[in-house]
Structures are given as structure tokens and as C-alpha cells.
Write a protein that binds this ligand. Structure first.
Ligand SMILES: [Zn+2]
Length: 222
């Protein structure tokens, strides 16, 4: 396996754990598309906590194990990752967790609305949709994810299960996972004081434009 890609996956797992957008048992998986190949690196260990190189497998986008080991319980969710890579050529990293607050919304079968500006800035101006429940990794679950997603939307709640985020890079996928968890936590806290209020739709676009303007400035000065 390519040491640099292994390190990138391990780094992502470590940052997710450090950021706290993960359940106590550390359950989840990170995958990384292998550039120029129909393959991904996939965390095959049961927990992202304390993940080492032996917890990473190389898996074809057809679901075939190419290198390493893949216990059945982890293998069951491979299709969730491979279908995203096949459907969306721009996606380079997929992260699945049971981050506690986002999973509360998933268990309640309730979408996360655009309650905080960061959602609007990272492709979630219409909030985080919910994919209807299907047994994990099943064709039904994958079909439900596809049905819930719209072009450019980088996250989806998995009803009665957890959350799935995906983006061009590891950095962006980890960042979006943290933003989704932060929004969910803020909303649950806000439910004690009257309930969360969505940002007005026209101002969500303005938040994104400001983010893009900052981005452009950053590009020019680089
Ligand atoms: Zn899961």
C-alpha cells in the first residue's frame, strides 16, 4: 500500500477523534479515493480510535478486497463509500460516523436545517437531508442515499444510523463532518430555549458569496 495515502487516512481518523465528532465507541469509517485508479483505501477496523496501518484495507470500487483484511461487519458498509465514488467523480474522501448530535437527528428522522452560517458556506445552504432507513450497506440503503442527495450537497443523515460526509479532499470532508455535528449540537441546545431558527434563505446565499470572496482573495495572495 502507498504509505502517503495510508498516512492521510490515519491523519483523517486522528483528526475526527480529536475534533470529537464521533461516538464514544469510535465507530465509523474513512475512505480515500486512490487518484487515477478504481480503488479506495478504507478503514476496516471497528473503531477510528487508535487506528493503525493494519486497520486499513485497499478495496476496489467494485467492492472487491485488494489488500489487507475486511471483517464482514465493516465490509457491509463498503457499498456506501464505493457508490459515492462511482456517482461523483469529484469526491475524493468519504467519512461515516455516528457523531452523537447529528445521529440524534438521524434517529429522529429529522433533517438538519441551515441553522448556522458554516452550513451555508460548505454546500449545505438547504441543510442536511435524511436518507430513509435501509439495513446498513444494503442496496436499499444505497438507493435511499442517492435519492436524498442533490448535486453539490456534501452530507446526508442516515435514518436510524448516523451521518455520511464526502468531499474533494480529506480536509474538507473532516471539516464538513465537524460543521454538521456543531449545527446539530447547537440546535439541540437551542431546543431548550425556544428552538433553532433557520437563517433566511436569501441570506444563506450571501454567506456563501462572502466565503467565496474570501476564498478568491486567498487564491490571489497565494
Ligand atoms: Zn455506521
Amino acid at each position: 500500500m502507498d504509505g502517503a495515502l495510508v498516512d492521510e487516512v490515519l491523519g483523517a481518523a486522528a483528526r475526527i477523534v480529536a475534533g470529537g465528532a464521533i461516538s464514544a465507541n469510535g465507530h465509523g469509517n474513512v475512505s480515500l479515493r486512490v487518484p487515477g485508479a478504481e480503488e479506495m483505501y478504507f478503514t476496516s477496523a471497528p473503531s477510528l480510535r487508535g487506528l493503525g496501518p493494519d486497520g486499513i484495507a485497499r478495496v476496489g470500487l467494485d467492492g472487491r478486497l485488494l489488500e489487507g483484511t475486511l471483517p464482514p461487519i465493516q465490509g457491509a458498509v463498503v457499498a456506501m463509500h464505493t457508490s459515492l465514488y462511482r456517482d461523483r467523480p469529484d469526491v475524493g474522501c468519504v467519512v461515516h460516523t455516528h457523531s452523537p448530535y447529528a445521529t440524534a437527528f438521524a434517529v429522529a428522522n429529522r433533517a438538519i436545517d441551515c441553522w448556522i452560517e458554516a452550513l451555508a458556506m460548505f454546500g449545505l445552504a438547504d441543510g442536511v437531508p435524511v436518507a430513509a432507513y435501509g439495513p446498513r450497506g444494503s442496496e436499499q440503503a444505497v438507493a435511499n442515499i442517492r435519492a436524498a442527495l442533490r448535486p453539490g450537497v456534501p452530507a446526508v443523515l442516515l435514518a436510524n444510523h448516523g451521518v455520511l460526509v464526502f468531499h474533494r479532499t480529506v480536509d474538507l470532508a473532516v471539516l464538513v463532518g465537524g460543521v454538521v455535528e456543531e449545527a446539530a449540537q447547537a440546535a439541540i441546545n437551542a431546543s431548550l430555549v425556544g428552538g433553532p431558527v433557520p437563517i433566511p434563505a436569501d441570506l444563506r446565499a450571501a454567506a456563501l458569496q462572502r466565503a467565496m470572496a474570501f476564498d478568491a482573495v486567498g487564491t490571489r495572495s497565494a
